[in-house]
Design a protein around this ligand. Structure first.
Ligand code: ZN
Ligand code: ZN
Length: 419
């Protein structure tokens, strides 16, 4: 018996998670895109057109895990498995990719439609067989419907963590303790070198800043990721300020509707729905004008200010306003420029913004403690460190080796003999 892993992406890098696991069958674990790759252009996983695949399992809808699924249907007809929220959210994100990239995409509308057709739902704690290999999903606590992929073959067990979080947030309970030992752990390592600040401290900070700015007649603009962060911000702000008007703009509106559709995937669905009912979905020019008159909070895509309505609001904010980022911005993006140089591009013109800009680290990823906890729970014989930059994954693997584990940080293109 041999089990191999082919690394097609997310190895020594963040973005384009894509792996082929070979047991008695060949199965894709995630198939994502690196959205801001070389020269800020999308980078796709390494080619597998000649590999005869049997199925794909997609851990969650973020494009770095799901963004290349439609491309499968350029060369294959395999089923792909994901939770219902993964399916609906990926649908929104794929449509948006087609809209933004148009002819630049290696797949088009017909592949998108095939991808929708070849989806098979798989719920948390349920299992499905592909040949003699069983695949199960367990709640990863990262975004709605996000899963760890649990794999059993020939008495051996492999856990692919996907993106996960163990700390509770307002939207989700953290990933539950894994009670079983596994033979191989394939673990995200995005923040292996870092602990995130406590969420309740961050909440207090953002609540205070909003209060101050709004009280002085300013607007707080929160450029935020459409999936997960925008919804969490609604809950956080409402938990602290019931009366401050909140405007939601961009793709997060559609994603928020998906979150409500699959409310049983949320921690406190009734509270979320009540909070959403109290805010304004920006649908018209009048809404947009009202949002910037001062005394409000605007939550708008895009999180890194690359496109989306967030950029356009900048021109209309008054001098008392403030911009608060709650997610990471990659170097070279508009959000990064704004945080580091106080400037950004609006309609191709570089603009000096002249407003205070803040970054609060509300990460949806495991920090160091969470990663170590998962390692300790599962006591793996082998650990594959992925989904982190090169230095970070290599140092993490070294550290784990020092603890007595057989750990490896693969490069893209590597074939690893797991068992
Ligand atoms: Zn993710
Ligand atoms: Zn990811």
């Amino acid at each position: 018996m041999t089990i191999n892993l082919y690394c097609l992406g997310a190895s020594g890098e963040v973005g384009r998670s894509a792996f082929v696991l070979q047991t008695d069958k060949k199965v894709l674990l995630d198939y994502g895109v690196k959205i801001f790759g070389e020269m800020s252009k999308p980078t796709y996983p390494l080619k597998i057109e000649n590999v005869k695949l049997d199925a794909a399992f997609i851990s969650h809808a973020h494009l770095d895990h799901s963004g290349f699924v439609p491309n499968i249907y350029n060369f294959s007809k395999i089923p792909w498995y994901g939770t219902p929220p993964t399916y609906d959210i990926a649908d929104v994100l794929w449509k948006d990719s087609m809209k933004i990239q148009k002819k630049g995409l290696p797949w088009g509308n017909s592949h998108y439609k095939k991808a929708l057709k070849h989806w098979h739902p798989l719920m948390f704690e349920h299992w499905v067989g592909v040949g003699s290999t069983s695949f199960g999903f367990r709640d990863a606590g990262h975004i709605s419907g996000s899963a760890m992929i649990d794999i059993k073959y020939n008495g051996k067990r492999i856990l692919y963590s996907g993106d996960f979080k163990k700390e509770n947030t307002r939207m989700h309970d953290g990933a539950k303790r894994v009670k079983e030992n596994v033979d191989v752990l394939i673990i995200e390592s995005t923040y292996a070198d870092k602990e995130h600040p406590e969420r309740h401290e961050l909440e207090k900070k953002i609540a205070d800043e909003i209060y101050e700015t709004v009280n002085q007649g300013g607007t707080v603009l929160c450029p935020a990721f459409a999936v997960g962060r925008s919804q969490e911000l609604i809950r956080i702000i409402r938990a602290h300020h019931q009366d401050i008007p909140i405007y939601l703009d961009g793709m997060s509106k559609e994603i928020t509707r998906v979150y409500i559709k699959y409310k049983k995937y949320l921690k406190e669905p009734e509270k979320f729905i009540k909070d959403v009912e109290s805010i304004t979905f920006v649908e018209s020019i009048r809404d947009r004008k009202n949002a910037t008159i001062g005394g409000n909070v605007i939550i708008s895509t895009a999180g890194m200010m690359e496109g989306g309505p967030a950029v356009n609001y900048i021109k209309y904010l008054n001098r008392e306003s403030k911009i608060i980022f709650t997610g990471y911005c990659m170097e070279g993006t508009n959000g990064w420029l704004l945080q580091n140089k106080g400037q950004l591009y609006v309609d191709k013109n570089l603009l000096d913004v002249g407003l205070p800009v803040e970054y609060l680290d509300f990460s949806a990823h495991a920090g160091r403690n969470d990663l170590m906890e998962l390692v300790n729970e599962t006591e793996p014989n082998k650990i594959v460190c992925i989904h982190g930059d090169k230095t970070c994954t290599e140092n993490f693997a070294l550290e784990l080796k020092g603890m007595g584990y057989d750990a490896i940080a693969p490069k893209c293109g590597d074939k690893i003999h797991l068992l």
